[in-house]
Design a protein around this ligand. Structure first.
Ligand code: NAD
Length: 322
């Protein structure tokens, strides 16, 4: 099977090549370009394509791939909102994804943001590089005994709750489908209002949908403790960025850690980075010393990349065997 691998960075290439060693019949061809109507001719002569979150697998692209004789699509990500699944299903084009590559990776990144914001390591590092060892403004707080609210306790949220329980935090959870395993860890399911009113730290681990869009907004912020820490490693539009900035100005938000942003595509996809640089709300957010933003790197660990590559190869084998 000949596979065209789109949006393939050197690190993806290395892990895919290692995973492909177990599949001698697979011939992988790597393209850094993202799949779109502009680049679709690169897929000519291949049996399958492998895509990432930023590839544009819309109806027109799928139709062309179908006419080229592509037998299936192996996504190297969990989400599939970039694929026209209705068209794929109607035309019997199998689309595989990687549902569960490493929840711990994202949970640990949420904790990394908490630790960095609390102990101000981003600011301390720059000071020390300039020869300034003063501690003014760098005081942190002990996590032990703090109340942490986790919204969404699926794969990632559950891993996050485990870690925070280990720090000795009192973990409050909210999910539309509670997970009883967390009760054994001493976590407590409560309603959203209680999460807002009682938490020192709130971390978001629910999907983006109509009921969670702009969950963090001026109304929910008004119910929170003064100086609350908000962490979002899920989807950017869970947080109303403008209203979060108002919260930062008023001191309602004491710390803000984001791995995702409302204009997420613009941060995550390097070819669109000019767009985000011009986003004034984003720039304003970065100007606060108590804000840390990372570019959707929560998933980005060695283990997660290995799982993505291994599952992608299994999915390609399933496509090959029809
Ligand atoms: P999951 O499906 O295992 O868990 C999501 C949980 O949210 C479920 O338990 C579900 O019941 C709950 N939920 C759904 N609607 C809710 C609501 N209205 N209020 C509260 N809870 C609700 O998903 P997951 O794998 O844990 O992923 C969680 C989020 O992390 C997703 O948004 C995903 O896109 C994001 N993610 C980010 C990265 C990254 O690199 N930053 C990587 C992977 C996933």
């Amino acid at each position: 099977m000949k596979v065209a691998v789109f949006s393939c960075k050197p690190y993806d290439r290395r892990t895919l090549q290692q995973a492909a060693e177990a599949y001698p019949d697979a011939q992988l061809h790597f393209f850094e370009s993202r799949l779109s109507m502009e680049t679709i001719s690169l897929a000519e002569g291949f049996d399958a394509v492998s895509c990432f979150v930023n590839d544009d697998v819309n109806r027109e692209v799928l139709n062309r791939l179908h006419n080229m004789g592509i037998k299936g699509i192996a996504l190297r990500c969990a989400g599939f909102n970039n694929v026209d699944l209705y068209f794929a299903k109607a035309n019997n084009i199998p689309v595989y994804h990687v549902p569960d590559y490493s929840p711990t990776s994202v949970a640990e990144h949420a904790v990394a943001l908490i630790m960095a914001l609390n102990r101000k390591t981003h600011r301390a590092y720059h000071r020390v590089k300039e020869g300034n060892f003063a501690l003014e403004g760098l005081m942190g707080f002990n996590l032990e005994g703090k109340t942490v609210g986790c919204i969404g306790t699926g794969r990632i949220g559950k891993a996050f709750c485990r870690i925070m329980s280990g720090f000795g935090c009192h973990v409050l959870c909210y999910d539309i489908t509670p997970d009883e395993d967390l009760l054994d860890l001493g976590c407590e399911y409560v309603d959203l209002e209680t999460i807002y009113q009682s938490s020192d730290i709130i971390s978001l681990h629910c999907p983006l949908n109509a009921s969670t869009h702009h969950l963090i907004n001026k109304t929910s912020l008004a119910k929170m403790k003064q100086g609350v820490m908000i962490i979002n490693t899920s989807r950017g539009a869970l947080v109303n960025a403008q209203e979060a900035i108002d919260g930062l100005y008023s001191g309602k938000i004491g710390y803000l850690g984001l791995d995702v942003y409302e204009q997420e595509g613009a941060i995550f996809f390097e070819d669109m980075s000019d767009h985000i640089i011009q986003d004034s709300v984003f720039q304003l957010m970065l100007s606060f010393p108590n804000v840390i933003v990372t570019g959707h790197q929560g998933y980005f660990t060695d283990i997660a990349l290995k799982h993505i590559a291994d599952t992608t190869m299994e999915n390609l084998r399933a496509i090959a065997s029809g």
